[in-house]
Design a protein around this ligand. Sequence first.
Ligand code: SF4
Length: 223
Amino acid sequence: MVRYPIFVGQFLYKIKSKSMKYSPFNLDIQNNNTDSRIVAALERISQAFRIMLWNQSKELSLTPIQIQTLIFLLNHTEDKRTVTYLAREFNITKATVSDTIKTLTQKELITKEFHPEDTRSYTIHLTSKGSDIAEQTSLFTKELFVPLIKLNDTEKEDFLLNLINIIHHLQKSGIINLQRMCFTCVHYRPNHPKGEHFCNLLNLKLDTNELRIDCPEHEEKPG
Ligand code: SF4
């Protein structure tokens, strides 16, 4: 691997960015550019999530999406426990959700409650066995807490805000959808007289470490 002085690396980064040929995985560039090392680090963390989820899945003979569905059902209200909502939540087709629901029903981990006014749609409920498995598997991310608890409050706030900004950008770019966080909420007011972040619904100033990623009261801001 070629090691360039930092100024050469920055120059190459600018040239390659302009020509759209730049890749954060090009090690010659990556090792001279902080942004690309952050992107590469996020990719490693995403890989770790997949591995941790996969390990849980193998133990219980479930697929990763089946586990994610159980955890989602455990933590969200009835209005969100539908095929349409799950498809948007996980960025997958309704057909894939329906297959997942079918298997989880056969395994007696969920039940369907059909709507009297439209017998094609239904709300999904966890059975008590499903609930137990969802509780147990919810802890699949526990290793991530080990380094996080070592950060001080300011480091955590900065980290959280940066992650929220990245997620917000990915949503605005159309890469991911359906975010239930303050920045996409109709009740959120930035730069309010009472504070930098303010929730109109709760009538409350929010400190940075109180900004929500998944708020039960979230209402999507019109686009
Ligand atoms: S309702 Fe929830 S998501 Fe919306 S601004 Fe208030 S705290 Fe944030």
